[in-house]
Design a protein around this ligand. Structure first.
Ligand SMILES: Nc1nc2c(ncn2[C@@H]2O[C@H](COP(=O)(O)OP(=O)(O)OP(=O)(O)O)[C@@H](O)[C@H]2O)c(=O)[nH]1
Length: 300
């Protein structure tokens, strides 16, 4: 049998810190979490209140989770970020960078000083979090150009569509496609083609505003989303962008074949049933440009 003294030693040896927190946010007790590579020593927190130690917004979040766990009586799992600068009363030794925690919060079946209490076990998941961020970034990014990809475009357009519908804020869309690209690819090789695609991406990056976003839609097709931009403004910008393409892509010409860009411009309208309708219209505008002889802008 394990005696009480041994039980204390076991609790102290727990790899992750385990807090007993009251309904009002008091640190009633702290066990374990002695690994200073991952955690700060939390024993200095005992007897203090969360709202005295962390900023109000974060403190309210902690109190909400405690209340939820007490109400549901079920295990609650939540991820959150904290740095030792956020929490007064922690010793300076321990990790310097902000830590991402997974908190597992469980109501306990006894009261402390007439208050309900929860067990809050905090595990350091920073490494996993960084990896997840990197994976998300990779899955949203086109490898050749570093621009966002079609997947991310579809995600972002859903948001633009929702805010256009809700707040009547216009979002303009350019869809553009290189002209005569196949010929260059066939004559000078795929590698030269890749260079052109990268040059287009660089022009986009340097030309657009911070609030605009450029995407590689696929192959030699690109999309730029311009939030809070009406048609007239969008057309002015399309002209400027088109001029830059003309100037900066002319160096890739071969044997009388010039790489130019055709741009279809449209705007999310209240009649659109979803962003897909907007994209289809942009695609139709692009088709019109191509049939009119390429290297120009058409608004639909
Ligand atoms: N180098 C390179 N070529 C690509 C890439 N993705 C697509 N392509 C090529 O891009 C070309 C796109 O075809 P089209 O749009 O019909 O070519 P185009 O000559 O520009 O045709 P128009 O738009 O009618 O002027 C095809 O030859 C594809 O093989 C890529 O990542 N790198």
């Amino acid at each position: 049998m394990i005696n009480l003294e041994q039980m204390d030693l076991i609790l102290e040896a727990l790899p992750d810190p385990a807090f007993i927190l009251s309904h009002s946010g008091k640190y009633v007790a702290v066990f374990g979490g002695r690994d200073t590579r991952y955690y700060h020593d939390g024993t200095g927190l005992v007897g203090q209140y969360i709202s005295d130690l962390v900023k109000p917004e974060k403190a309210n979040w902690f109190l909400e989770q405690i209340a939820r766990a007490l109400e549901s009586r079920k295990l609650l799992v939540e991820e959150y970020e904290l740095s030792n600068k956020d929490v007064k009363g922690l010793a300076d030794d321990g990790p310097k960078d902000p830590i991402w925690f997974e908190g597992r919060i469980q109501a306990l079946s006894f009261l402390v000083d007439d208050e309900e209490v929860v067990l809050w076990v905090a595990s350091n998941i920073s490494e996993r979090h960084i990896l997840e961020d990197r994976l998300r970034e990779l899955s949203d990014t086109d490898q050749l150009t570093g621009l966002f990809n079609r997947r991310k475009l579809e995600h972002d357009l859903t948001l633009h569509y929702a805010s256009s519908a809700r707040y009547s804020v216009p979002t303009s869309i350019f869809m553009f496609d290189l002209d005569n690209f196949k010929k260059i690819n066939d004559t000078k090789g795929h590698h030269a083609g890749d260079e052109i695609i990268q040059a287009v991406a660089n022009i986009c990056r340097s030309a657009i505003r911070k609030t605009d976003t450029a995407y590689r839609f696929g192959g030699d097709e690109f999309v730029v989303a311009l939030p809070s931009t009406g048609r007239e403004q969008a057309m002015q910008f399309a002209k400027r962008l088109h001029d830059r393409f003309r100037k900066e892509l002319s160096r890739f010409s071969v044997e009388g074949t010039v790489v130019t860009v055709s741009i279809g411009v449209t705007i999310i309208t209240p009649e659109d049933r979803s962003y897909e309708d907007t994209l289809k219209r942009a695609d139709r505008a692009l088709y019109e440009v191509k049939s009119m002889g390429k290297d120009r802008i058409f608004s639909a």
